[in-house]
Write a protein of this length. Sequence first.
Length: 135
Amino acid sequence: MKLQRLLFVLTAVNLALLVFLLVSNIGHASAETAPVLRGRALEIVDAQGRVRASISLLPASTQPNGETYAETVLLWLITERGRPAVKIGASEQTAGLSFAGPTGTKDTYVILESKGTTSSLKLRNEDGREQIVAP
């Protein structure tokens, strides 16, 4: 009889503890998420380890011909063969979007750009035909 009474008391204590823990964690039951992911760059790779997308911050630079480029944020989407097919870039002076043709082409692309106070859309085919649309 004493063993049954002891087991009953232990069961009751465990049940009370379980109820207390469940009630005290009702507001905290959801998974915690980090409010911000921070870093200098982000790369997404496929199963073979090839970079398929990247977001990076390019520092300001000056080219040998004297042309300067402002600090730029650049998003690249890359094909399975390694060709950057989509690029989206933004800086204080310029924002643009480009789509490149498939692997094996070099002159097939679309560029949508806003630079300073002007904007343009440039279309180019592999055969060299080109059209620029500007307001």
